[in-house]
Design a protein around this ligand. Structure first.
Ligand SMILES: [Fe+2]
Ligand SMILES: [Fe+2]
Length: 480
């Protein structure tokens, strides 16, 4: 028995005495004259059983997973800088929503493996049509103007109609997802306007929206039920009518699985280069530096902005690697968001140093090497070579920047280093899973061979160099 704390024997006696009718039962403090605490207005009674609730949540989950993979599939083929960046952020928003739903499902008698394997023919067909959009503008118009408002509506109806007390964790989860939807839908509306102002035909975008909405309604919408999605609200889906007739012809009909772009597209504001990794060689002496530190700084800042190709590489991997647990999607999506932030940091740091970011040529060599590599090797290459290299460079630079009194970029790279450390860990975890081995060395060797072959094929190195090239040199050439 514990004797250390006071008088355990007295305490024991107190606990064993009758509680009812004792003054001790009321506890310490003031006995209240009134009980005027806030009232809980929630009423019992919901429309769903646990099974019905789980069925809907599984559909929500599959929508989220398909949305993030569809965006990933359009990352390479979307040239507009601002859109590529926003895609990178939103992929993670959808992954987070998916993860929340998947976790809630485990509490509704549905195992993660069941959720990860859940399939639906109507959802599969719907997304194969959506992804066959004829341009990034059409894709944005349909996803942000039709799919997200429908999904938002379905979420809100579910939160309103399930038992407010018994299923409160679902209600709370949906409330937490909603602000991201408001942000994404608002951004989408502005982006569609920007595409129209930029020269896209408004009628053509609306036609595609109507087509996608018609297909969605033809199978009963997000929830696959004829009575759903009838609510009001300003984000209410555009057309009226609940279940519509299926469109007569689908763009995706009779076509193979959609292929993402194999070219890393850039809008015309960018100048690019792809035959070297060295900025100074690409610049042809156009930029002058006062000190060696200035040069190192601009090189690293440019390499961050040019991690546009990291958004794309991880996007391609996410789009192409199937049959993996959702944890893979989630980790990759988070890395994509981080790479998006690195791109944004680079872009903003260029401005902070007085440059027009579009005047600084964009490096394409890394993505050109990776674009045709099988997805698992592309992941191994960027992770084991690119990120393993940049993680140290960032830390070295951050210290140098602090010593030079440049806290702005010092802190920036301090945080980037912290991000990259997590990428290394997550990447290695999934590489082992995908390659089915615990030997990182084995994955590295196989990857090195494929990357060297690709560099030879592109004429970036010759056979002599190929024979002696080191891990570090390769990492430098291809980068993150
Ligand atoms: Fe990065
Ligand atoms: Fe990274």
């Amino acid at each position: 028995m514990m004797e250390a704390n006071g008088h355990p024997q007295d305490k024991n006696r107190e606990m064993e005495q009758a509680w009812t009718n004792s003054t001790a039962l009321r506890g310490v403090g003031v006995p209240l004259a009134k009980y005027n605490f806030p009232k809980d207005a929630r009423q019992l009674g919901g429309d769903f059983t646990v099974e019905e609730s789980a069925r809907l949540l599984l559909r929500f989950f599959l929508f989220e997973r398909n949305i993030l993979r569809a965006i990933a599939g359009w990352s390479m083929g979307t040239p507009e800088f601002e859109v590529k960046v926003e895609f990178g952020r939103h992929i993670y928003y959808h992954a987070e929503a998916g993860m929340k739903i998947r976790t809630r499902l485990t509490e509704l008698r549905t195992a993660e493996e069941t959720t990860d394997k859940f399939q639906s023919e109507d959802i599969a067909e719907f997304f194969s049509e959506l992804i066959y959009s004829e341009s990034p503008a059409h894709f944005v118009a349909a996803l942000y103007g039709v799919v997200l408002p429908h999904l938002k509506q379905a979420y809100q109806e579910h939160a309103a109609h399930t038992d407010q007390v018994a299923d409160a964790p679902t209600v709370r989860m949906i409330r937490q997802i909603m602000p991201d939807y408001d942000e994404m839908i608002a951004w989408g509306a502005s982006a569609i306007q920007a595409y129209i102002q930029g020269g896209y035909d408004e009628g053509s975008l609306h036609q595609w929206q109507d087509h996608i909405e018609k297909l969605l309604r033809s199978f009963g919408g997000v929830t696959n039920s004829p009575t759903s999605e009838r609510g009001g609200g300003k984000d209410r889906p555009r057309s009226v009518g609940v279940v519509s007739r299926r469109p007569e012809k689908l763009r995706s009909e009779g076509k193979p699985t959609f292929e993402r772009s194999f070219i890393a597209t850039r809008d015309p504001r960018f100048g690019t280069f792809e035959d070297t990794y060295e900025y100074q060689a690409a610049d042809n002496g156009q930029i002058e530096y006062e000190t060696e530190f200035d040069k190192t700084r601009l090189n690293l800042i440019r390499s961050q902005r040019d991690e546009l190709d990291a958004i794309e590489t991880f996007g391609n991997v996410l789009y192409e690697i199937r049959d993996v647990p959702f944890g893979f999607d989630y980790d990759l999506a988070r890395i994509i968001w981080d790479e998006t932030r690195h791109t944004e940091l680079g872009h903003k740091a260029m401005k902070a140093l007085g440059y027009n970011p579009y005047d600084l040529l964009n490096r394409l060599i890394g993505i050109k090497v990776r674009t045709k590599m099988p997805a698992e090797y592309s992941l191994a290459e960027i992770n084991l070579f690119g990120e393993a290299n940049i993680v140290q460079e960032c830390l070295r630079y951050a210290r140098e920047a602090y010593e030079n009194g440049d806290d702005l970029t010092g802190r920036m790279f301090d945080f980037v280093n912290a991000d990259e450390r997590t990428h290394l860990a997550k990447g290695v975890h999934w590489l082992k899973h995908i390659f089915g081995t615990d030997s990182v060395q084995e994955i590295e060797q196989k990857t090195k061979k494929i990357a060297v072959d690709r560099l030879l094929e592109l004429g970036i190195i010759n056979h002599e160099v190929a024979l002696t090239i080191s891990h570090r040199e390769l990492a430098k050439i291809i980068g993150e």
